[in-house]
Design a binder for this molecule. Structure first.
Ligand code: ATP
Length: 256
């Protein structure tokens, strides 16, 4: 593995003694059916942190997020989410109740329904639903005037905002975000990434962010893990990555 392991190890030691991590993963192997694509992955996310999960196409980033969100069973290893273990029987619903939300790569919207209906559907008749929607619209104010528009007619950036607004309705404590900037203009992508940063700081959310636009993501992440061919090839702080072009290349390309 490349990268600043010593700094990352120090961070690991420090966090062991502090409050429990929002997410702690040890020796994770994950994949699809019998095919294992992620091997021996260790990572953690603390309160108030935005952590990048980088790597080239096919490295296993989405597979990792789906496994952490309870959508795929782990093949091996330990996952602890928000104080509890994740086993083969822990479904996505249980993890959602603990406070985990996944913002999937395909955005997971009901394209024929309006913005408001997409938000209301998420609430499952939860009490105080209207207030939760208003709260989410405060974070993403550009959605306010678009509430009666069908989700399928929104721009890419607006759709991504709606996907994030839906995730925020449950007042999550841990967000897993897959390729938020996919297909978006750099300015729009940058705004969304900064919104994640603000949420992490102001609400002490933990965010694990899969992102291909590494320079944009480096503006908002605290630490980084990079995968290649399903294995961890780099971990370190965002500062270290910005200073070292070789490390940056490892994060981009998964070069060992
Ligand atoms: N449903 C599936 N069934 C079988 N194999 C899959 C499935 N989904 C993904 N894979 C394979 O798992 C490997 C990792 O894919 P994954 O989508 O996790 O990578 P990624 O790093 O997120 O890539 P990208 O940046 O292109 O989205 C790839 O070889 C892919 O073909």
């Amino acid at each position: 593995m490349t990268g600043a392991d010593s700094a990352a190890d120090t961070a690991d030691a420090a966090t062991t003694e502090a409050a429990p991590a929002l997410l702690r993963v040890q020796g994770l192997c994950a994949g699809h059916g019998a095919s294992t694509v992620v091997r021996d992955l260790d990572l953690h996310v603390e309160r108030g942190e935005v952590v990048g999960l980088f790597g080239p196409n096919g490295a296993g980033k989405t597979t990792t997020l789906l496994t952490l969100a309870g959508c795929l069973p782990a093949h091996a290893g330990q996952i602890e989410v928000l104080g509890g273990p994740v086993t083969a029987r822990t479904g996505a619903r249980v993890l959602a109740r603990r406070g985990l939300r996944l913002v999937p790569e395909d955005r997971g919207l009901f394209r024929q329904l309006t913005v408001r209906e997409n938000l209301t559907l998420c609430l499952e008749q939860r009490r105080g639903g209207r207030a939760l929607i208003e709260e989410a619209l405060t974070v993403l104010p550009q959605l306010g005037p678009l509430q009666s528009r069908r989700a399928g007619l929104l721009s890419g950036g607006e759709q991504q905002q709606l996907a994030l607004a839906r995730a925020l309705l449950g007042r999550p404590r841990l967000l897993l975000v897959d390729e938020m900037s996919l297909g978006l203009a750099p300015r729009i992508a940058g705004e969304l990434l900064r919104t994640l940063r603000t949420l992490a700081v102001e609400r002490e959310l933990g965010v694990l962010l899969v992102e291909q636009h590494v320079p944009a993501a480096l503006e908002v992440v605290d630490r980084v893990y990079a995968l290649a061919h399903g294995r961890l090839v780099h971990r370190g702080t965002a500062d270290e990555l910005r200073r070292d072009p070789n490390m940056l290349q490892a994060a981009y390309l998964g070069a060992d």
